[in-house]
Write a protein that binds this ligand. Structure first.
Ligand SMILES: Nc1ncnc2c1ncn2[C@@H]1O[C@H](COP(=O)(O)OP(=O)(O)OP(=O)(O)O)[C@@H](O)[C@H]1O
Ligand SMILES: [Mg+2]
Length: 307
């Protein structure tokens, strides 16, 4: 174990501010609907994963950039309250988080997301300093700022830092370059299907494992996940919970998996804690409010032994 490491999980990618509207129905056009609840929370693949990891007890840092607008200020305050290290987060007027409006239709348990990208977001090719990456145990990458992500993943790989990824889009011309740089490739079934053309998550995870990650996982909502790792291919169930909102369950899974990896936990424990944290998240509205602490995950797991 290296003695200079001080960050468990380093994030560089997508941050968002989510406006969440809980609606009793999906309305007809030109009608008025009284909302059941409205909330404003942090969001985004990397933002959610970082908060999930921090609540689980990991030392988390953000090494990307934020702007000087209201949404950036909102996120800075939020991350500092979560204990996320922003020492290496740059401030630049061109950068802004995504702003999302998420409508949850309670009658059909659907979530519909509108978002805009008002400014630059994600990793940069000249930031963060290589030493920050090499002093982390886990680098978390997504598809925002692909050139910067490829640079960071190469630095991480060259110095033995584990690379955990979440991708939802592959349109970037250099996307192919990042896949072989990932040690723990964790994708939703929707993206895995798009990427491989295979509907069945077992087939998709086996196809994706050919990129050479140590562990490849395809998550599939309440149906659980398929895993290729340590020489076998197997499925893991999701924990049954009363679902309020499944937004961000995948991000919770990624963040807690990354936190457990940084703490040196084996594959079985990483999957168990990530799956339980994701299920607990589903009991709450929004991507971040319901992210559990490690204590809450352990208490929940005390009731279950089917894993
Ligand atoms: N309704 C649910 N009940 C229990 N666990 C769930 C539920 N939905 C998701 N999970 C857990 O979370 C994991 C990831 O969920 P999912 O596949 O929906 O991620 P996702 O589509 O990437 O979500 P998001 O992008 O909103 O974070 C699943 O493998 C499962 O363990
Ligand atoms: Mg996802």
């Amino acid at each position: 174990m290296r003695s200079d490491i001080f960050i468990d999980v380093l994030g560089l990618g997508c941050l968002a501010v989510d406006e969440i509207l809980l609606s009793p129905i999906w309305p007809e056009p030109d009608t008025k609907t009284r909302l059941l609840a409205r909330d404003r929370q942090g969001g985004g693949l990397t933002g959610n994963a970082m908060v999930a990891a921090a609540r689980f007890g990991a030392k988390v840092a953000y090494g990307g950039s934020l702007g000087v607008d209201d949404d950036s200020r909102f996120l800075r305050d939020l991350y500092l309250k979560e204990g996320i290290n922003l020492t290496h987060c740059r401030s630049h007027p061109q950068f802004r988080p995504i702003r999302s409006t998420i409508v949850i239709d309670k009658s059909q348990n659907t979530r519909t997301i509108w978002f805009d990208l008002p400014g630059h977001l994600g990793a940069s090719e000249d930031w963060p300093p290589a030493e920050l990456i090499t002093q982390s145990k886990v680098l978390f990458v997504d598809h925002y700022g692909m050139e910067g992500m490829i640079r960071a993943a190469k630095i991480a790989r060259a110095s033995g830092v584990e690379v955990v990824s979440d991708f939802e889009r592959d349109e970037h011309p250099r996307f192919e370059e990042i896949l072989p740089l990932v040690d723990h490739l964790i994708l939703s079934n929707k993206f895995a299907t798009k990427r491989t053309g295979l509907q069945n998550p077992r087939d998709a995870v086996e196809a994706l494992a050919k990129f050479g990650a140590k562990v490849t996982i395809v998550t599939n909502g309440e149906l659980g996940a398929w895993v290729v790792g340590e020489g076998s291919c197997f499925s893991i169930p999701a924990y049954p919970v009363t679902v309020v909102d499944s937004t961000g369950c995948g991000d919770a899974f990624h963040g807690v998996y990354a936190a457990c990896l940084a703490k040196g936990l084996g594959l079985f424990d990483r999957l168990k804690f990530a799956t339980a944290a994701a299920a607990l998240k589903a009991k709450h509205l929004g991507a971040q409010r319901g992210l559990p602490t490690r204590q809450e995950v352990e208490t929940f797991l005390g009731f279950w032994d089917f894993f």
